[in-house]
Design a protein around this ligand. Structure first.
Ligand code: UD1
Length: 378
């Protein structure tokens, strides 16, 4: 398996869709130094559908994983436990000098826990983000992963303060910028034009969809979609918003399933809402870049819209990415539908917030990360 055992192996983990754009620039940076480090990629299989995985690997130029654990979906306990069980023998065989995890999904904490119990140092990319909302599964994953990490890479200055408040030694923390923005800057010129992604779907609408005259919607947080009453209330508001601005909605499998089960899909059948299956990275980049505004409960999109200068309205009560509000284009409206309508109307009328690009969101985060790893661990 290890063709040249004298070169130390860094094992990198991905599991779910938002991990892929974070690992891509790190992996390509590591590949530049074949005499120094051997990158080894594990995909846990948390996201497995072609639309949730393959499209991203292909478009982002991520090589096929060296190992796919094939874990799939399940409750939090089942999914986390399955990742741990399948990951342990891989560590025994590969014997990396460190394990690198990104973000805050179940695969992140599961692999992190296995690594540290085997005394293999853990590196966490995107450390220190806090929503201070422990009902969010990702918040538990973030806090715990940071506690057991040896090297913690942050995307914004406040993250460092959060970590120090939780007792993490300052010399473990490195502010390097945002690898997701590395991916965005590497790919923005390759973004697929929105009209190609819409294809024939757009032509069935009463109004043709034009550049900068539509909104993009994403919705998948359990707190927004798992309760039929909340999901129904949000989708009614979305249907009303679509009367002011057509909406393109690439729907997450979790949301599709909940809407089907709760009999809510007819709310999405208005002639000014285009529901698409999950789209690839370049398709999403194209849809967002040409939109007037984005409505979302995603963490990553709050950052991507800030980097692109597109107004973002976040359908959550809090954010773990406050810099997108302080400096970027993000407005947190929560799920109160009156506030949401007021914010959408104001954004349409004024053009919304323009914001500025946060420090170190410059396309060089992966380079900074490898230079710290090299200095500290190689
Ligand atoms: C996970 C992450 C979340 C991230 C999101 C991005 C956790 C706790 N949550 O949430 O932080 O924002 O990914 O998408 O790790 N499914 C499919 N095909 C797939 C994968 C999932 O149909 O390839 C469906 C299954 O019905 C599954 C459901 O989506 O049960 C939820 O998937 P899961 O990975 O558990 O969580 P996400 O909601 O995707």
């Amino acid at each position: 398996m290890n063709s040249n055992s004298s070169i130390p192996t860094l094992l990198c983990v991905v599991g779910a869709r938002p991990n892929f754009m974070k690992i891509a620039p790190i992996f390509s940076e590591l590949k530049k130094y074949p005499q120094v480090v051997r990158p080894y990629l594990v995909h846990t299989g948390q996201h497995y559908d072609a639309a949730m995985k393959d499209a991203f690997f292909n478009q982002l130029g991520i090589p096929e994983p060296d190992m796919d654990l094939g874990v799939g979906s399940g409750s939090h306990a089942v999914q986390t436990a399955q990742v741990m069980l399948h990951f342990e023998p891989v560590l025994d065989e590969v014997k990396p000098f460190a394990v690198l995890v990104v973000g805050d999904v179940n695969s992140t904490i599961a692999c992190g826990l296995v690594a540290v119990k085997k005394h293999i140092p853990l590196i966490h990319v995107e450390s220190g983000l806090r929503s201070n909302d422990r009902y969010m599964p990702e918040e538990i994953n973030r806090v715990l992963t940071d506690q057991i990490s040896e090297l913690l890479f942050t995307t914004e200055r406040l993250a460092e303060k959060n970590l120090e408040n939780e007792g993490i030694a300052p010399d473990k923390i490195h502010f390097v910028g945002n690898v997701m923005i590395d991916s965005l800057l590497n790919n923005v010129k390759k973004a697929k034009p929105f009209y190609e992604t819409l294809g024939e779907r757009g032509e069935g609408l009463k109004l043709p969809i034009k550049e900068k005259e539509y909104a993009v919607l994403t919705l998948h947080r359990p707190s927004n979609v798992d309760d039929p009453e909340t999901l129904g209330r949000l989708l009614k508001a979305i249907a009303e918003i679509s009367l002011h601005l057509p909406i393109i909605f690439p729907i997450h499998p979790r949301t599709q399933k909940m809407a089907d089960e709760a009999g809510l899909t007819e709310l999405l059948e208005g002639s000014r809402i285009v529901v698409l299956p999950p789209v690839g990275y370049l398709e999403m980049l194209g849809l967002v870049s040409s939109s007037k505004l984005v409505l979302t409960d995603s963490g990553g999109l709050q950052e991507e819209t800030t980097a692109l200068g597109i107004p973002c309205i976040t359908l959550r009560e809090n954010t773990e990415r406050p810099i997108t509000v302080e400096q970027g284009t993000n407005t947190i409206v929560g799920t109160d539908t009156e506030k949401l309508m007021a914010c959408v109307k104001a954004t349409i009328a004024t053009g919304g917030r323009s914001g500025k690009i946060p420090e170190y969101w410059d396309g060089q985060a992966a380079e900074r990360i490898f230079s710290v790893i090299r200095e500290k661990m190689l």
